[in-house]
Each structure stands twice: as structure tokens, then as C-alpha cells.
Design a protein around this ligand. Sequence first.
Ligand SMILES: *[C@@H]1O[C@H](CO)[C@@H](O)[C@H](O)[C@H]1NC(C)=O
Ligand SMILES: *[C@@H]1O[C@H](CO)[C@@H](O)[C@H](O)[C@H]1NC(C)=O
Ligand SMILES: *[C@@H]1O[C@H](CO)[C@@H](O)[C@H](O)[C@H]1NC(C)=O
Ligand SMILES: *[C@@H]1O[C@H](CO)[C@@H](O)[C@H](O)[C@H]1NC(C)=O
Length: 504
Amino acid sequence: MKLFILFCITCFCFLSFSDGRSDPNSVGRVRAVNLGGWIVTEGWIKPSLFDGIINNDFLDGTALQFKSGKVGKYLSTEAGGGTITLAPIASSWETFRLWRIDETTFNLRDCIGRFVGMNTIGNGKDIIAEIGRPGATETFQILRNPNDLNRVRIKAPNGFYLQVKMEEIVSADYEGNGGWGDDDDDPSVFTVTIIGKLQGEFQVTNGYGPHFASQVMKEHWSTFIVEEDFKFIKENGLNAVRIPVGWWIASDPFPPKPYVPGSLHVLDNAFSWAEKYGIYIIIDLHAALGSQNGAEHSSSRDGSQEWGQTDDNIQQTVDVIKFLSSRYANSSSFLAMELMNEPLSPGVSLDILTKYYKAGYDAVRKYSETAYVVLSNRLGPADPTELFRFANGLNRSTVDVHYYPYYNNALSSFTVDEYVEYIYKNQSEQVKQLTTSNGPPILVGEWTAEWQLTNTSKEDYKRYAAAQTEVFGRASFGWAYWTLKNANIHWSLEWMIKNGYIKL
Ligand SMILES: *[C@@H]1O[C@H](CO)[C@@H](O)[C@H](O)[C@H]1NC(C)=O
Ligand SMILES: *[C@@H]1O[C@H](CO)[C@@H](O)[C@H](O)[C@H]1NC(C)=O
Ligand SMILES: *[C@@H]1O[C@H](CO)[C@@H](O)[C@H](O)[C@H]1NC(C)=O
Ligand SMILES: *[C@@H]1O[C@H](CO)[C@@H](O)[C@H](O)[C@H]1NC(C)=O
């Protein structure tokens, strides 16, 4: 059994080099926009995509706590040996992540990766947390009180409901009485609290299920970003797009479930539009098999970060890079291949990452001598120059760093002036250090003009955005805004340009 790093909901182009590297692309520095939320789903970018899912707050990766009203305690796996008990206070041991089988049927995973299941030895009514992949004896139904959806009963694989016995014991031996009655007095009723959720590609496709996902995703892909957007990008002073893709694209039209076919066709369209309007493309492997950071944007099923734990897994990722490089190598728009977005430290070690990056680099070079190979820095505790020495041994490589003052807690009490000063002083110092330390060229592959301030004016945003375009404009490879379209208006470069907040 692998170890998983669970529940880490944590929340880094181009081209005139003065360092002597030859540059057959004469585009100058990259001024790009990310096409986020297009072929790799992120619910916060387009919440409506999830509207049609039944029980859409119980998706894969939703983190739940179950409190018994009868004894006022929470289901817990903290006791030794996988025993399930009840604990007075809810924390990680009292939190369960869903694997959704269908809208009412689930597996429940605890904080160290075990699944709740029937104890197959003994009296046939004990439930435990156990290691291994879930099967029939780990499959539960969660039935919600229609008048109060947070009140639930949990039906075990033996056909009986869980119920609380005495203060700390729970067993699957309640037959049910059909009604809900006084929930607080019923030992089989639990109140659920949702303490975390994921809304990525896995969640949306598995949530709609095999009958509807394909149709919903096709509709989304063909309307969210269209040819007209590439024209808009060209006309507004940008010269490139960074396109997040998921590992399943390489097995189109037969991606493994729950993914649905068609994302490859979408990327093909992007290339033909990019060629038509003279725009460069950075393909960005945003979601690697098993998830490199446990986030929804890397299509993690339940918050686990499992990429890189087996050689197989790494080889399959290299194969995805090979597939994409060979397919687009001869396109005049193929500027760069980003081998993986935001691997998270320490779960992805530097050693494993550079081994993969070397194999990925070779895969790109097999088909293209000219494409740049983008190496994303690790998130989490990591030195921003840790890849420099490695990258210097490669031809036409660049290191991607992401700058989001929005997520910097140290700025939580900042004023508008302080934010702007932070960009001109601190952020610019970081960009300067990275561009002058004899490393590869630097791409600021993600940034955005949003902050934690509320009630700020258009002029405030204009200053903040201008500061960032100026400072990130000094990055030797260039920058890419996150993202073109977003329900949160300031994260949408399209909205920012159309409304006069950003002018390039
Ligand atoms: C690219 O074009 C060249 C010349 O036409 C051809 O030999 C090569 O096989 C093509 N590469 C790919 C990956 O299609
Ligand atoms: C870099 O390019 C040079 C000249 O073409 C070549 O000899 C060398 O092997 C290349 N290095 C790598 C790591 O691809
Ligand atoms: C900005 O840089 C200054 C000078 O290096 C430092 O004292 C300060 O703590 C930095 N501010 C933040 C929020 O990182
Ligand atoms: C928002 O800004 C306006 C104009 O500066 C001011 O009158 C108002 O009091 C502010 N509201 C809050 C909640 O700070």
C-alpha cells in the first residue's frame, strides 16, 4: 500500500534572450494568457458546469464529518487497529473523503488513506477502516433527509444502517424505521458538515456519470473558448496562450473512466486557430496521472498526491509528453511544452522530479529541436533556484515560477498602496534575482490582478495590474495571466481588458 499525502488542499515565456542563446522564434518576450478551466475543469472558474449534477455537494473528494445527535460525538478512526469509534472533537481523524460510485453510493476514505468497510471476520456488523482498494464491502449508501439534507443515515454493505451504541461504539445493525422523526434522538442519524470539496475534471465527469458527462463536456469545450477568442487575444497585444491539459488527453478517444473523449480534438482546434492568428502555444501538463499536488486543478480524486510514487507512473507521464510533442512538433504555433504544472514539495522530491524532467526533455527533443521545455518550480517548501543547475544542462529550457500575492497571508492587512509597493519592491527583487543568477530564462507562467482587498476602485486595480505587467514583463522568458475567462471577474483577462482595467 502506498502512502498518501491526504487532505493537502493547498492552496508559478518569451523570447529575446540577451544571454547568447539562439532564438529562432522571433516573438520577443511571451505575453500570454492561460486558457484555464477549458480542457481541465476547475469549478471556481465556471461554477455552472456543476449545476446539473444530482447531489452535487457529494462529489469525489468532498470532505465530511459525521456527528451523532444522540451522543453529540463524531465518527472517528483515531483509535488503533482501524476500529471506528466516536470522538468528542472533530479534526482530521473525524474527516472522511468521498469516492462517489453514484449519486447515493460512496466509499469513505480516512485521513491516512484507509477505507471504511465491513469487518468481514467476526459478528458481521462491525465497521473498520482498512488498507487497500475499496470493493463491495467498502461501499455505503448515504441517505439524506429530504427536509434537511445535512441529516443522513449511512447504509452499510450488509443492508443495515450504522447506529451509535452507548457512548463510543458504532455498528451496522439498525434496520431502519422508514421515517426521520426526532433526528437528535435517533442513534442512526448523523449530521454532516462539509469541510472541503474538490471541483476538478474527475469530479465533474464522475459526477455526471457515463450517460451525461460526455455531452456536458462537449458543450462546455465548444462554447467556453472559441475561435473568436484567439482573434481577441491577437488584437489585444498578446502573443501566446498557455493551455492546461490533463494526462488522459493522450488516450483520446478512449480515455479511462470517468474521463470522456474529445479534449484532443479541442487542442487540435486551438492549434489551428493559433496558427491562423499567429499565436504561440505553450502546452502545459496541468494534471499528471495520480496528481502531482493533490489539487482539483490536477484532477486529484480526493486530495491525494500520488504522482511519482512508481516508475510506471513516471513512464506513463513521459508517454503523454511524447504523444503531445509528436503530434504538434511541426506546428508553427508550438512554442513550448511544460512538462508538469506545480509539483508539490515535499511529496514530489527534487530527485524524482529532475529524473522525470530529464526523460520528459528527451521525449520533446525526440520530435522537436526548437520547442522550449518548461520546467515548473515546485510549490511548498522549495528554493526557487533549485532547478537552475539542472536546466542549464539542457537546450532551450525555461523555469516557470508563479506569483500570487493573493495567496500570501503576509499581505492580509495590506492597503492598496502597500500591495502596489510590494509588487515594485519585493516581487521585482525576486524576478531580478532569478533573471540574473546565471540560470535559464524565467517564465512567470501564472499571475493575476486580484487581491484580498474589498471595495477597491477601478483605478486601484489598474495600478496593481500595471505594476505586475511591468515587473513580470522583466522576466526573461515572459509571463502568462491566469486566466482568460473566469466567473470571478478580476481573474478574467478578457473582462479586465474589455472593461479597461488592463491595457497591453
Ligand atoms: C515534421 O516534418 C518533417 C518534415 O516534413 C517530418 O520528417 C517529420 O516526421 C515531422 N514530424 C512529426 C512529429 O510529425
Ligand atoms: C544541446 O545542443 C548541442 C548542440 O546541438 C548538442 O550537442 C547537445 O547534445 C544538446 N544538449 C542536450 C542536453 O540536448
Ligand atoms: C518585502 O521586502 C522587505 C525588504 O527585503 C522585507 O523587509 C519585507 O518583509 C518584505 N515584505 C513581505 C510582505 O514579504
Ligand atoms: C467603499 O468605498 C466607498 C468609496 O470610497 C466608501 O464610501 C464606503 O464607505 C466603502 N465601504 C466599505 C464597506 O468600506
